[in-house]
Design a protein around this ligand. Structure first.
Ligand code: UTP
Length: 506
């Protein structure tokens, strides 16, 4: 660990002397903690980092001025699968393959949960959020139960006990509370050794004039290095070796905030495996040409996610022969990677990933020592993105799924126009109502009247009927006929394992 003198010299030399401005005011304890923090910084590269951040923030944002359009092309049809367009035999074949791989312990899931969730605005990890379902389950619990169920489904299809390890990437902000939460909840029934939490790296937030931001007198404002920090974190924590030891060959990577995420989705995994893919992206059809989501496509023959701001409107509006958008593959941060691809990225490519600039409101201490909570962005956070490795893929595939079945992210607090606790809750409840109705149940409202639910209803066009199905009973709507066919059920209703037993006995 470098001494105070060495740190001071390094900070002076890189134009960051202000970091120690309040040193003499700190208590002994604060000094020790601060020294520890500073000692862990890459002081040699600090200046480079600060300059790069300030320059990148000052440069014109990525926009259609770069004119990527002449080089754009959609992912070719032979590399695409689709829940809507692929034939049922192919879908069944991919599902079979996926379950086979799961049953042989070759599939792991990896959760990206190191984000700060600033838009949602809670002080704890987003996975611990309860969106207000009748069961009160948190996102973490829903996900844990989906793993338990998919293991059981694979076991019952192939007759052997299996494990889907759950790797959870956290950051300085989310590691401890996540660990405690899992311990307090007995890992929701999962074997603790199969839940592997690890931490991504943190990097300093920088002001627009290239200075490290002091969050407190004895603390630098640090931020996680983006979900693309995954690749460095896999190396830092020897996780590729861990995967190898467990026999894991395929990894399904996803975000913490999608309440509908189909973890270890056998159809998606089976599709990628059958196509011999090293890297794959699950996508949803863009809602409209101007929807602000990244589009998965090719640029100069290389797979990539292109931000909506980088495509000209006339290109975004292009339609094919059947009237569908040509660039319709909306990225939902839901990816497949082979372990060998991850190994290649770790060895050869991870240092080539270019960070992106995010302008954020970073609380800071001003030169007089006052604590300030900015009302507009004042800081630069440099983030890598998980999809930045797509260009290195040699066999890239895309799988399109239905938005109302698989994608409803929790980003904002209630009151925002989209992606709130209410929209997340309603999408899950709407889906479960569709499942129950399709299985042959008649749902009654609190007055005893039958609720008519069109099978294609989505959260937006139907008020939420409180019918919640535990993932321990059904992973994706399967197996419900046995329990629900011909049954009349009064809502609100939770179909958990006990209720399922009672209904079957009726
Ligand atoms: P978002 O970009 O939506 O960020 O992350 P966020 O932190 O959840 O929310 P805001 O932007 O602060 O409001 C998408 C996914 O990537 C993860 C998040 O936890 C989420 O699952 N992520 C993000 C990381 O794992 N590490 C990071 O450094 C950033």
């Amino acid at each position: 660990m470098p001494s105070l003198q060495q740190i001071r010299a390094a900070l002076d030399g890189s134009g960051q002397a202000h970091v120690l401005r309040f040193w003499s005011e700190l208590s002994e304890e604060e000094k020790e903690a601060f020294l520890q923090e500073l000692g862990q910084l890459d002081l040699q590269r600090l200046e480079e980092h600060c300059q790069a951040a300030a320059e990148a923030a000052g440069a014109a944002p990525a926009s259609c001025s770069q004119n990527l359009d002449p080089n754009l092309e959609p992912v070719p049809p032979e590399s695409m699968g689709s829940v809507r367009r692929s034939d049922p035999e192919s879908l069944a074949g991919w599902e079979h393959e996926g379950f086979l791989q799961i049953s042989r312990n070759r599939v792991a899931v990896l959760l990206l949960a190191g984000g700060q969730g600033t838009r949602l605005g809670v002080q704890y990890p987003k996975g611990m959020y309860d969106v207000g379902l009748p069961s009160g389950k948190t996102l973490y619990q829903i996900q844990a139960e989906r793993i338990l169920k998919i293991q059981k489904l694979a076991e019952s299809r192939h007759g052997s006990k299996c494990t889907v390890p759950w790797y959870i990437m956290t950051s300085e902000f989310t590691l401890k509370p996540t660990q405690t939460f899992f311990q307090e909840n007995s890992h929701f029934g999962l074997e603790p050794s199969n839940v592997i939490m690890f931490e991504q790296r943190m990097i300093p937030a920088v002001s627009f004039d290239g200075k490290v931001i002091l969050e407190r007198k004895g603390k630098i404002a640090m931020a996680p290095d983006g979900n693309g920090g995954l690749y460095q974190a896999l190396v830092d924590n020897d996780l590729l070796e861990d995967m190898k030891r467990r026999g894991v060959e395929y990894v399904h990577v996803y975000c913490v905030d999608n309440i509908l995420v189909k973890m270890a989705d056998p159809v998606f995994v089976g599709f990628c495996v059958k196509k011999g893919a090293d890297c794959g992206a699950k996508v949803v059809e863009k809602a409209h040409p101007a929807e602000p989501v990244g589009v998965v496509c090719r640029v100069g023959g290389v797979p990539q996610v292109v931000e909506y701001s980088e495509i000209r409107p006339e290109t975004a509006h292009l339609r094919g022969a059947a009237g569908e958008l040509v660039y319709s593959a909306g990225n939902i941060c839901n990816h497949f990677f082979s372990r060998s691809f991850l190994q290649e990225v770790a060895k050869k490519f991870k240092d080539q990933l270019k960070p992106h600039v995010a302008l954020k409101k970073v609380p800071f201490v001003d030169s007089c020592g006052n604590q300030v909570k900015p009302t507009k962005p004042n800081g630069i956070k440099m983030e890598k993105f998980v999809f930045d490795v797509f260009p290195f893929s040699r066999s890239f595939v895309v799988f399109e799924v239905l938005r109302e079945e698989e994608f409803s992210p929790l980003k904002n607090a209630d009151g925002a126009p989209a992606d709130t606790p209410t929209t997340a809750r309603n999408s899950l409840l709407a889906q479960h109502c569709r499942w129950a109705t399709a299985a042959g149940a008649a749902l009654l409202d609190e007055h005893g009247n039958i609720i008519q639910i069109p099978l294609s209803s989505s959260a937006e066009n139907h008020p939420p009927v409180k019918c919640e199905i535990s993932p321990l009973v059904s992973y994706f709507g399967e197996g419900l006929e046995l329990i629900l066919k011909g049954k009349t059920i009064k809502t609100p209703f939770i179909l958990d394992e006990e209720a399922a037993k009672e209904l079957q006995a009726r």
